[in-house]
Design a protein around this ligand. Structure first.
Ligand SMILES: [Zn+2]
Length: 94
């Protein structure tokens, strides 16, 4: 089942501030309630939630992004060791 959440467009790092809506209509209606309470319509966006990571939009989910992380220093040294094994001595600094 697709879950929808409300996000603060200006600061997506805050993540989802309201979830638990399971139709687009329900989420849109909730958004309109916030707007009626004085929230800026441009600040609030409805987004599909990632099915695997709570409080994350499906598009641009930080949890899913970490499955393809930026290489770390450790990754580089692992790669360097791998190259070292393939071509001994070639990459060694004297
Ligand atoms: Zn995710």
């Amino acid at each position: 089942m697709t879950e929808y959440g409300l996000f603060n467009e200006l600061d997506r790092t805050e993540g989802c501030f309201e979830a638990g809506m399971y139709t687009r209509e329900e989420a849109d209606a909730r958004r309109l309630e916030y707007i009626a309470e004085g929230e800026d319509p441009e600040d609030i966006v409805v987004a599909e939630l990632c099915p695997e990571h709570e409080g994350q939009a499906k598009n641009g989910c930080e949890g899913c992004d970490t499955e393809h992380p930026e290489p770390t220093l450790e990754d580089y040294s692992t790669a360097a060791r791998h190259i070292e094994n393939l071509m001994p001595g070639r990459w060694r600094r004297s």
